[in-house]
Design a protein around this ligand. Structure first.
Ligand SMILES: NC(=O)c1ccc[n+]([C@@H]2O[C@H](COP(=O)([O-])OP(=O)(O)OC[C@H]3O[C@@H](n4cnc5c(N)ncnc54)[C@H](OP(=O)(O)O)[C@@H]3O)[C@@H](O)[C@H]2O)c1
Length: 271
């Protein structure tokens, strides 16, 4: 279905997309939807087996589709360098880079594991920035290309108990906003995506305690992926996915920072 929606979109057509974090969740859903729209793929994640399985599924469904698998840990300098190299390659060039891989652990900052703090910053900030840099440098030369940055609603506010995660996402939203303006009129665009609560493996991996979290407003990975790709195909600077999140983002933008901080702090302490 999204294939049809993308085909009807007014914006440039991607030939090959590189998607980080394509083994599961939002990244996987984006890969499936891009494949349905006839876009060749480079799938990136650590779980090579899951990527190979997905690649086989997409090839079987997509006829002529070219699907590559790059098994890489974005926290590992060698893994990151390999993905950077693929982004910059002249052969079978990538014209859409989806920086989706991300993670975040819940818990008081003082109590967090140092290695997990470094992993969060390593994937969400360092890898995302280096892959975006590699993409934009290459795309600027070609005068064509698009980058998607998957941020979060958590970027709109410092979040107690997920302080490092929300800080990394604030970095992404800020980076995306600046880069969109830097590239205006060049044929290259950067779209930042702000999902809210989405049903994926994310919370389980990050040991989030979801007791007391709202049961409304959750989206599926497919719905987030579809809104993200549509926004990018229309060269939008930013998209908050889901009606519920759009309302929350609007309220957040209208309320004084101190009030927002107090409400979120109170909710976190209560939890
Ligand atoms: N779920 C939500 O509620 C939510 C809300 C807002 C924003 N987001 C954002 O959406 C993005 C996707 O998250 P998701 O919900 O789809 O989570 P997910 O189901 O946990 O998927 C995360 C993906 O990132 C990959 N990844 C993690 N660490 C990696 C590393 N070191 N190297 C390479 N790949 C790595 C994982 O693959 P491997 O484990 O195979 O490496 C996996 O494919 C993230 O940036 C997240 O912050 C999620």
């Amino acid at each position: 279905m999204l294939g049809n929606k993308l085909r009807r979109s007014r914006e440039p057509w991607w030939e090959r997309a590189l998607v980080t974090g394509a083994s599961t969740g939002i990244g996987r859903a984006m890969a499936v939807q891009l494949a349905a729209a006839g876009v060749d793929l480079v799938l990136v994640a650590r779980s090579g087996d899951r990527l190979e399985e997905l690649a086989a599924e997409l090839r079987a469904a997509g006829g002529q589709l070219d699907v590559e698998v790059v098994e890489a840990d974005l926290c590992d300098p060698e893994g990151l360098a390999a993905v950077e190299k693929r982004v910059e390659a002249e052969e079978a060039p990538v014209d859409l880079v989806v920086n989706n891989a991300g993670l975040g652990y819940e818990g008081p900052f003082y109590d967090q594991d140092g290695a997990e703090v470094a992993e969060t910053i390593g994937v969400n900030v360092v890898a995302l920035t280096r892959l975006t840099h590699a993409a934009l440098r290459t795309m600027a030369d070609r005068g064509r290309g698009q980058v998607i940055l998957v941020s979060s609603m958590a970027s709109l506010q410092g979040m107690p108990m997920t302080a490092v995660y929300s800080a990394t996402k604030a970095f992404i939203t800020s980076l995306g906003e600046a880069l969109y303006e830097e590239h205006k009129g060049t044929g290259v665009t950067v779209t930042t995506v702000l999902p809210g609560l989405t049903r994926t493996e994310f919370h389980q991996r990050g040991r989030w305690n979801l007791d007391g979290w709202p049961s409304v407003g959750w989206q599926s990975a497919e719905a987030v992926a579809s809104e993200a790709l549509r926004a990018a195909s229309r060269a939008r600077p930013e998209v908050v996915t889901g009606r519920h999140n759009k309302v929350l983002a609007l309220l957040s933008s209208k309320s004084p920072r101190g009030l927002r901080r107090s409400i979120i702090g109170w909710a976190a302490r209560r939890n």
